[in-house]
Design a protein around this ligand. Structure first.
Ligand code: FBP
Length: 548
């Protein structure tokens, strides 16, 4: 396979690791833990894996002799930079425990386990993928691993390959499923440990013990580079307003982090929209007022960052989407029989009055996008909804009205962008390359110490890597009960942007200034060779959080 010069050079990079991870390591166990809430319910559902202590690796004094072990690994959900290094760290970890240990990758996500599709990951394969982006070493998929039949089917192949531990690399839903699987295998005495690793560019799998999910760092740096380039273009030509939607299915962490990096004129944070009960109209007016204010200074240009999940956080839209979800779940076949040109009228006739009126007020394309197929978790696929076009169009209409009323005196022309897939498979930054390798190596350590139902945890990551703290957190500790598809289920709490958190406050304190003035920052591309302050920076979010 042809390789770029950077790929060749980057293959030689040796990830930096915590000093307590390699060499002679000893396990320190903390006190019993509790779930974040609904303790009694979670305890009852996870009798074998509830309440386990937090694990921390420390420098040890005596080397443990490990037996060879066969381990399986699954990549689950959306791609995130650094996944290959998690696998490389896991591989090196189990080989360091015993050179005869073997690693098997299940193909195309959890489906590979159920359908018995796998490949052995040998040293030459692993070496090809060190420090590279993507999940193509074994592929990923969104099949939900949640039924007893699937667990039993998976166990057949695990037994056949003599696999004693399974590592699931995924987001909040996949790690929830990993925990249910760990509990089930413990309950039936299957002899298979299950360990999770925190992955998602969205950054919403985080808590006290998991300070960030991997991939967030690189993805935000890639988006910020491109937004910075757009801002420079925008400031050079001074004739466009750029509406830029950024991935993040639910939480606005990516938009917030990019805003902190590039200082745009406007950034909408979904969690704030929800907390302030804002309508689509309020958001449009907020943007239009800033456009008008900048026009007074002769600045007919600017940038607007929009989180992908926004639409579901506007309370009125949320209610519309939830009624649509319910309706389509029960009338999908009937809906699909309706001619495309008549679907909109059909939906308008079926919804309750308020939702029907809101639906009718939306531009045709967005109305259609709201009725597209749901993902396997029943969610609207927000990446298919062109919120950036919706806002640009509606702001344009509002400004036209304001012009007639004499409250807008400038010119308005817009460009729209969506950045998501561009960043998910980027070559990992040093931060993600190091963090991911450590997460994988830590997972091997948890396996070696016989743990199950744990998530690999590496903390203190704004310090130099040698001082990072590696260990494990019981997954049940992150759980609460939530209503999903009408049923109460134990799930890992999703971490949304906290409006009383330091990163949001830092943004809120500066945004009015960024709106009127042009204070763009141009981060430039990720650097791999050069001074550590250029190559090893953590995200602004983490830096601000950990400075507290
Ligand atoms: P994960 O939560 O599985 O990591 O995926 C996140 C994400 O990249 C979202 O930001 C985006 O909305 C979604 O995946 C897109 O999914 P798909 O790859 O299926 O189009």
């Amino acid at each position: 396979m042809a390789k770029s010069a950077l790929q060749v050079a980057r293959a030689k990079y040796e990830p930096k690791v915590p000093k307590t991870l390699k060499g002679i390591v000893e396990i320190q166990e903390g006190k019993p833990t509790e779930s974040v809430s609904d303790q009694a319910a979670i305890k009852a559902l996870f009798p074998n894996t509830y309440g386990m202590p937090i694990i921390r690796f420390a420098e040890g004094s005596k080397r443990v002799d490990y037996a060879p072990i066969n381990v399986g690994v699954i990549l689950s959900g959306g791609q995130a930079p650094g996944g290959h290094n998690v696998i490389a760290g896991l591989f090196d970890g189990i080989k360091d425990m015993h050179p005869d240990s073997r690693l098997y990758g299940f193909i195309l996500g959890p489906g590979g386990l159920i359908d018995h599709k796998y490949k052995e990951l040998t040293a030459d394969i692993i070496d090809e993928y060190r420090n590279t982006g993507g999940f193509d070493i074994i592929g990923s998929g969104r099949t939900k691993l949640e039924t007893k039949e699937q667990f039993d089917k998976g166990l057949e192949i695990l037994k056949k390959l003599n696999i004693k531990a399974l590592v699931i690399i995924g987001g909040d839903d996949s790690n929830t499923n990993a925990c249910v699987l760990a509990e089930y295998y413990a309950q039936i005495g299957a002899g298979v440990q299950v360990i999770g690793c925190p992955k998602t560019i969205d950054g919403d799998l985080k808590n006290e013990m998991i300070e960030t999910s991997f991939g967030f760092d690189t993805a935000c740096k890639v988006y910020s580079e491109v937004i910075g380039n757009i801002q420079r273009d925008c400031n050079s030509a001074q004739k466009y307003w750029h509406f830029i939607k950024l991935m993040g299915r639910s939480a606005s962490h990516i938009a917030l982090e990019c805003a902190l990096q590039v200082q745009p004129n406007i950034c909408i944070i979904s969690e704030e929209v929800e907390a302030k009960n804002q309508s689509l109209n309020d958001i449009i007016q907020y943007i239009a007022d800033i456009v008008a204010r900048r026009a007074e200074d002769g600045n007919n240009f600017g940038t607007v960052l929009i989180p992908e999940g926004l639409i579901e956080f506007v309370p009125a839209m949320k209610s519309l989407i939830s009624e649509l979800n319910e309706f389509l779940a029960h009338h999908d076949a009937e809906f699909k029989m309706i001619r495309k040109s008549e679907q909109r009228t059909y939906i308008i006739s079926k919804l309750s009055k308020t939702n029907s009126e809101l639906y009718a007020s939306l531009p045709e394309t967005v109305a259609r996008q709201l009725t597209l197929d749901r993902d396997p978790h029943g969610n609207v696929q927000v990446s298919l909804i062109e919120t950036e076009k919706l806002l640009a169009e509606m702001v344009g209409n509002r400004l036209a009205e304001m012009k007639t009323a004499g409250t807008f005196v400038g010119k308005f022309a817009s460009q729209v962008h969506f950045f998501g897939y561009e960043g998910r498979c980027a070559a990992p930054s040093n931060y993600d390359a190091d963090y991911c390798y450590s997460l994988g190596y830590t997972a091997a350590g948890l396996i070696g110490s016989g743990k199950t139902g744990y998530m690999s945890s590496v903390r203190n990551t704004t310090a130099p890597a040698a001082e990072w703290i590696a260990g494990g957190v019981p997954i049940t500790m992150m759980m609460n009960m939530e209503r999903r598809h009408g049923e109460l289920k134990p799930v890992i709490q999703k971490a949304l942007v906290k409006l009383d958190g330091a990163p949001f406050k830092a943004f809120a304190a500066q945004r009015d200034q960024w709106a009127v003035n042009t204070e763009y920052v141009y981060p430039g591309p990720i650097q791999y060779f050069g001074p550590t302050e250029v190559c090893d920076q953590a995200t602004k979010t983490l830096q601000i959080e950990q400075k507290q």
